[in-house]
Design a protein around this ligand. Structure first.
Ligand code: G3P
Length: 223
């Protein structure tokens, strides 16, 4: 399973890239609002330079022509831009038009397997079910991931299932086991995946034992 960062924060993206675990990035208007201070386009251009894989940039227009205008302009920023389009009647039409133009899309705000199936048929490369937001309303978000992964395998559909709205490390494990091709994570979740209390404790213990052994050796030499 590929790991994307769900952020528009350049420092977080640089850090994950240095760790060698970054396959792509997803952004949206909410994530942009958290880091604003520069235009969305200039942040995207920077993100595209430091990200080895796809970078999703979300349109905010609600009509087809507006989505197409915004998406075409994002696509000119870098070759790894993927235009993120919300699931809607207009969104499906825009996805289909982008596919004809060779512009890759990520269909976002997917909450059911049937929505995901339609987005794939319209030509979206990435399908993003929001796991955490389904869990929030007492539905099992992981069911949509599992069903879409199975449907795409059974019918040889090339679109990839991207588990979004990931809230904690257990979601990542569950998404991988449910067959998600990609999970997009807040940086905090990526950090939580790195750490384990016994790992952190073990590192401190090894260091302490090393220092003790060196001190014993030094005192023997001094005898
Ligand atoms: O990838 C979608 C994500 O940004 C939404 O996450 O936590 O706001 O549901 P959340």
């Amino acid at each position: 399973m590929k790991i994307f960062l769900d952020t528009a924060d350049i420092d977080e993206i640089r850090t994950a890239a240095r760790w060698g675990v970054l396959d792509g990035v997803t952004t949206n208007p909410t994530l942009y609002a958290k880091v604003s201070g520069a235009s969305y386009e200039s942040i995207l251009a920077e993100v595209c330079k430091i990200t080895p894989g796809p970078v999703s940039a979300e349109v905010v227009a609600e009509d087809v022509e507006g989505m197409l205008r915004e998406g075409r302009s994002f696509a000119k920023l870098a070759p790894n831009i993927v235009v993120k389009v919300p699931m809607s009647e207009e969104g499906l039409e825009a996805i289909s038009r982008f596919a004809e133009e060779g512009i890759k899309t990520n269909c976002t705000l997917v909450f059911s397997s049937n929505q995901g199936l339609l987005a794939a048929k319209a030509g979206a490369s990435l399908i993003s079910p929001f796991v955490g937001r389904l869990d929030d309303i007492n539905q099992d978000g992981m069911i949509v991931i599992r069903e879409l992964a199975e449907m795409f395998a059974i019918h040889d559909i090339e679109s990839e299932v991207l588990a979004a709205s990931i809230r904690h490390p257990q979601h990542v494990t569950q998404a991988a086991l449910a067959g998600a091709h990609i999970a997009t994570l807040p940086f905090k979740v990526l950090q939580q995946m790195v750490h384990h209390p016994l790992t952190d404790k073990g590192i401190v213990q090894f260091r302490a034992d090393w220092e003790k052994a060196r001190a014993t050796l030094a005192s023997k030499k001094g005898d």
